[in-house]
Design a protein around this ligand. Structure first.
Ligand SMILES: Cc1cc2nc3c(=O)[nH]c(=O)nc-3n(C[C@H](O)[C@H](O)[C@H](O)COP(=O)(O)O)c2cc1C
Length: 211
């Protein structure tokens, strides 16, 4: 039997569309955006290391800096309440002590499990080849980005995931170390000023292999 929650989730997922033009008279407050980021951070990640980082570009100065880096996506940049630059932190494992100690303090994990997990993390991540690490980090960060888009929808806002940007120049332009922070995707965010387009999806039969 379908529950109200399932209905709600389906409406959110099916109601989300890429929106590229936003009302320029509306600004999302820092408090509200912080709440959305906090809620989206419930996304799962490898070893719970949460590699996603967000640069919120909302000032005129920031938007002007971003504009030449977003290729054909200037309308989103010019009209959105904020452009959210999602990066993956390739040194995410440096937060592992904080995360796992807090889990023990809060009674969410026994100390022996923490010790075992930290041992495994410290033996694994710093040694991973860069391309393998990047692969893991991008999966984790994409889960976060998706949750953020649905959270925004739940708050009455719309988004557009943007892959068309100058990846090689993004970190440096916003004062992040490009060796450490790897760009994943940009999300434009704001109040819709267009309805967007309906789009087609492949059917379950086309995408599912039953064995
Ligand atoms: C990783 C990724 C990159 C994308 N890059 C762009 C982009 O650069 N510009 C754009 O207008 N839309 C971009 N899109 C949006 C897709 O075109 C859109 O999600 C797709 O057509 C389905 O439409 P919908 O989002 O309205 O459901 C991107 C989507 C994803 C997931």
């Amino acid at each position: 039997m379908e529950t109200t929650q399932q209905n709600y989730l389906r409406d959110l997922m099916k109601g989300r569309r890429s929106i590229r033009k936003y009302r320029t008279d509306h600004k999302i407050s820092k408090e509200e955006l912080t709440r959305m980021i906090e809620e989206a951070s419930s996304a799962p990640s490898s070893a719970n290391l949460q590699p996603w980082r967000v640069v919120v570009v909302e000032s005129e100065e920031g938007k002007a800096k971003l504009r030449p880096l977003v290729m054909f996506n200037t309308l989103q940049n010019d009209t959105s309440s904020a452009m959210l630059l999602i990066f993956a932190d390739t040194q995410h494992y440096k937060q592992s002590d904080y995360i796992f100690n807090k889990a023990v303090e809060e009674g969410k994990m026994p100390a022996e499990v923490r010790d075992q997990q930290l041992g495994a993390i410290n033996a694994h991540y710093p040694q991973l080849p860069a391309d393998k690490l990047n692969e893991v980090l991008k999966i984790d960060s994409a889960f976060f980005a998706m949750q953020l888009m649905l959270t925004a929808k739940a708050y009455g806002y719309d988004t557009n995931p943007i892959g068309g940007f100058e990846a090689d120049r993004l970190a440096e332009a916003f004062d992040l170390d490009p060796e450490r922070y790897s760009p994943v995707v940009i999300l434009s965010l704001g109040q819709a000023d267009e309805t967007g387009y309906e789009s087609v999806r492949l059917t379950p039969e086309q995408i599912t292999f039953w064995r």
